[in-house]
Design a protein around this ligand. Structure first.
Ligand code: HEC
Ligand code: HEC
Ligand code: HEC
Ligand code: HEC
Ligand code: HEC
Ligand code: HEC
Ligand code: HEC
Length: 388
């Protein structure tokens, strides 16, 4: 009984989390009238909405939640040193946290952490607003190491407050943002993001496409139990399913038009032009699609991303779930059966952690070249991991 009550409580809480954090109700969605807004799915898809609220996709961008950030600032861990007496200090005051630049003990600059990128599963980086432009702050938090460090790709010799967060980050880390860019003669490139247009996190319609008609139909026809005005992703071709995930998981190619317009069934070739050779040696960061496509599992079966991932549920670090997914195909391998029986983790051996070649963290004073490590999706036989 207690368990049931606890479960009901959790379910209610999850749904509240979802509706309460969704800023748009049906009808006033900044993407237009074809979109219903995430809050409108809860009524009929309560279970999915409840679990999805905890997913990293849903939490991948937000206005900074000061309480969560405050938790990870401790007295030992709120300063990052740069060479030559330069420091960046995290300062909490009231409900705001700022990254403050000190030079030889003197205050030099300070900016508030207005916006957070990343769920914090691996990293959190922050932005601040100035004249409708969004800039990235110098310090990023690395969850695995539990420490703050210079943001990736930032200069190592001084804290940088001048890097724009462009609309492109929004395309993969949010559901929508209106972006206006301009390149005036002899002037800097600017991108203005309308703060009020941002739909933070990846919501249902970011993957499933506009659903206002679907919602309206099913509200008017509660007796109809099969979906109308909604693409069934599972019935799309393999390539179409890969392309859906590939909008954000196939690297950063030349963009022909904004992927905000992508809907399930669409083709990535309408949006992206890949650099020649980019697929040959795909980065572990952001290029899961190309890596997977080099695996024998992919080449010799009809595997897609959803063979292993249920994106409605937060499954990160649930290794036993992934081992089961491997075993859905590898029951004929005596080796695999033995390993699974002995609770040996397939992933450590066959999808080892790999450092990103495109991202690392460096501020030369405290540490240089801290790598960003992810699971390679080129599933294969690798030399035994160190220490084994
Ligand atoms: C008034 C009820 C209602 C609302 C609101 C609603 N749906 Fe549905 N939806 C249904 C019904 C009924 C089905 C068919 C049964 C099922 O798959 O659950 C369905 C099915 C689906 C499917 C599966 C399609 C398939 O064939 O595989 C998706 C995806 C979906 N809905 C997305 C959404 C999204 C996104 C929202 C919010 C924007 C939403 N729905 C809001 C009633 C609703
Ligand atoms: C709109 C862009 C976008 C689309 C579309 C997208 N993803 Fe993601 N995905 C992301 C981002 C951004 C993250 C990083 C989330 C974070 O901040 O931790 C992510 C993270 C993930 C993770 C790690 C989640 C975790 O819990 O750590 C998995 C697995 C994943 N995506 C699978 C998929 C699959 C499968 C699809 C297709 C059904 C898909 N993604 C579609 C952008 C996207
Ligand atoms: C990251 C992309 C992504 C997001 C975000 C997402 N879905 Fe899905 N959804 C999928 C994929 C992929 C499938 C097909 C799964 C399959 O074929 O196994 C699916 C299937 C479904 C289905 C039908 C099958 C089922 O699992 O019941 C429904 C209903 C649905 N989604 C509703 C939602 C709702 C409601 C939300 C928001 C709370 C949502 N989805 C968010 C990718 C997504
Ligand atoms: C092409 C899509 C894409 C673009 C563009 C993109 N990201 Fe990401 N980002 C991802 C994906 C996918 C992940 C998670 C998986 C991975 O690293 O492969 C991720 C991970 C992250 C994380 C770590 C999240 C976590 O906790 O795991 C942060 C922080 C982040 N991105 C910030 C940014 C910022 C800031 C920008 C713009 C400068 C940006 N990203 C541009 C797709 C993208
Ligand atoms: C949809 C089915 C499917 C799934 C799921 C799947 N595989 Fe495979 N895998 C295959 C097929 C088919 C082959 C090629 C024939 C063989 O070696 O069994 C293969 C080959 C392999 C190989 C040999 C690779 C090589 O280069 O020789 C390894 C190792 C492997 N899989 C590990 C895994 C692991 C680990 C998982 C889970 C994370 C997994 N597989 C999930 C179908 C699958
Ligand atoms: C054969 C199984 C399998 C397939 C297919 C698969 N993944 Fe994964 N994926 C995994 C495993 C296992 C992890 C590690 C999960 C963990 O440790 O939490 C993972 C992790 C991830 C992560 C988080 C990055 C990290 O290193 O933790 C992302 C993003 C991701 N997958 C995206 C995708 C996308 C996109 C596709 C399709 C192109 C895909 N995956 C296909 C098994 C798979
Ligand atoms: C300690 C590391 C390790 C673990 C854990 C491990 N493997 Fe392997 N695996 C190997 C090595 C090494 C080979 C190649 C030599 C061989 O065939 O035994 C291999 C071969 C394979 C092959 C291809 C040969 C065959 O027997 O079919 C598959 C498929 C495979 N592994 C799947 C899995 C699955 C699924 C799991 C988890 C249940 C797993 N492995 C766990 C190291 C490992």
């Amino acid at each position: 009984m207690k368990i049931i009550i606890a479960f009901l409580f959790l379910a209610g809480f999850s749904i509240c989390l979802f509706t309460c954090t969704s800023r748009y109700k049906g009808g006033d969605d900044p993407r237009g009238a074809a979109y219903a807004g995430a809050a409108s799915c809860v009524q009929c898809h309560g279970e999915i909405a409840g679990s999805y609220a905890h997913s990293n996709h849903f939490k991948t961008s937000s206005e900074t939640d000061f309480e969560s950030v405050r938790k990870i600032i401790t007295s030992l861990n709120d300063t990052v040193r740069f060479p030559g007496g330069q420091l960046v200090v995290l300062e909490a005051a009231g409900k705001k946290i700022a990254q403050t630049y000190m030079l030889n003990g003197e205050w030099a600059a300070s900016r508030q952490m207005d916006l957070a990128f990343g769920s914090g599963e691996k990293a959190w980086t922050f932005g601040y607003w100035k004249d409708e432009q969004l800039y990235q702050l110098p310090l990023t938090y690395l969850s695995e190491l539990k420490r703050w460090t210079n943001s990736p790709g930032f200069p190592a010799d001084h804290p940088n407050y001048g890097r724009l967060i462009v609309g492109r980050c929004m395309e993969c880390h949010s559901s929508y943002a209106t972006v206006q860019n301009s390149l005036e003669q002899g002037m800097n490139y600017t991108e203005k993001i309308a703060a009020s247009s941002i739909i933070y996190g990846i919501d249902c319609e970011r993957c499933h496409g506009p659903a206002a008609q679907h919602v309206a139909f099913h509200k008017d026809n509660p007796g109809v139990k099969s979906a109308r005005f909604m693409t069934a992703i599972g019935s799309l071709s393999r390539q179409q399913q890969l392309d859906l995930c590939g909008t954000c998981h196939s690297g950063d190619p030349v963009t022909l038009k904004s992927i905000f317009a992508f809907v399930p069934g669409d083709s990535l070739s309408n949006y992206y032009m890949y650099y020649p050779g980019a697929a040959a040696n795909p980065d572990a960061h952001g290029m899961q699609m190309q890596s997977l496509m080099q695996s024998q599992c992919f080449l010799q079966s009809d595997l897609t991303c959803t063979s292993c991932h249920d994106t409605h549920i937060k499954e990160s670090n649930k290794r036993e779930v992934f081992v089961q997914r491997c075993m859905s195909c590898h029951l004929k391998s005596d080796h695999a059966v033995t390993m699974a029986g002995a609770k040996n983790d397939c992933i450590n051996c066959h999808m080892p952690l790999e450092a990103s070649k495109s991202l690392d963290f460096n501020n030369s004073a405290e540490h240089s070249g801290v790598s960003y490590r992810l699971r390679t999706h080129r599933i294969a036989i690798y030399p035994a991991p160190e220490g084994k």
